[in-house]
Design a protein around this ligand. Structure first.
Ligand SMILES: NC(=O)c1ccc[n+]([C@@H]2O[C@H](COP(=O)([O-])OP(=O)(O)OC[C@H]3O[C@@H](n4cnc5c(N)ncnc54)[C@H](OP(=O)(O)O)[C@@H]3O)[C@@H](O)[C@H]2O)c1
Length: 213
């Protein structure tokens, strides 16, 4: 079974871990303070999960999820993620992350920054426009009428394909935006950001997104 290495064990990381274990994946999860601080979470997750350092989680994962505050993206270990699909949940909150002029001016994307930091990895945007709590509550089986849809974007087809599969395992349809250069369409405060929408509605919201806010 596929092992998902998760870097960041907060609101999103813990929820992705819960849903991944439920869907049959193995999980290695990490945070900034050390694996011993994740004892309660891994006890809850059960035998398919263990806690590790970020470097160990990156090395153990067949794929990885990066879900730390954007200001910390340069801390993500590079070498153990080479060649791997890396799902990026990050959003830009300048109030938390400090000003990043390339994002303010619409010259970069949050996931593009991570892709630059991880040049040998295959970054795909994922889970950035759903509230953490809803990851475990809003999924429904494939084919359900009005099924909630989530967006992805990647410069690598196999990375986007993995996100499509993972979303489906978690109970969501996918709209693939295309390359990371277009992923601003689902960034903070755009029409598709953290609202419940099906695939048709999500595609419409992505299409009408303004480049800068
Ligand atoms: N919350 C949401 O509903 C939501 C929804 C969509 C997207 N997002 C985005 O997803 C990202 C994560 O959000 P969150 O709400 O899950 O954040 P959070 O609850 O603050 O959790 C952040 C996690 O990242 C870890 N971390 C911080 N710096 C690190 C580093 N240098 N190396 C390894 N781990 C580090 C923290 O570890 P410690 O606990 O040890 O400090 C913590 O486990 C953010 O970019 C956020 O904007 C959030």
């Amino acid at each position: 079974m596929t092992t998902i290495g998760i870097i960041g064990a907060g609101h999103i990381g813990s929820q992705v871990a819960r849903k991944a274990v439920e869907a049959g994946y193995d999980v290695v999860i990490s945070n900034s303070r050390g694996p011993e601080t994740l004892a309660d979470l891994v006890a809850e997750l059960g035998p398919k999960a263990r806690a590790a350092t970020p470097a160990e989680a990156a090395a153990s994962g067949d794929v990885a999820v990066v879900t730390v505050p954007l200001k910390s993206y340069r801390d993500i270990p590079v070498e153990p993620l080479a060649g791997k699909v890396v799902i990026d949940t990050n959003n830009y909150y300048w109030e938390r992350d400090g000003r990043i002029p390339a994002l303010d001016e619409g010259e970069a994307t949050t996931s593009g920054l991570l892709q630059e930091h991880l040049p040998q990895s295959k970054v795909a945007k994922g889970f950035n426009h759903i509230a953490a709590a809803q990851i475990t509550t809003d999924g429904t089986p494939a084919g359900t009428a009005n099924r909630r849809a989530l967006a992805t974007a990647s410069d690598f087809a196999d990375a986007a394909d993995f996100v499509v599969r993972l979303y489906d395992d978690f109970g969501f349809d996918t709209v693939n935006i295309g390359p990371l250069d277009e992923s601003w369409r689902v960034e903070r405060d755009r029409p598709a950001y953290v609202v419940r929408q099906n695939a048709v509605e999500l595609a419409e919201n992505l299409a009408r997104a303004p480049r800068t806010i």
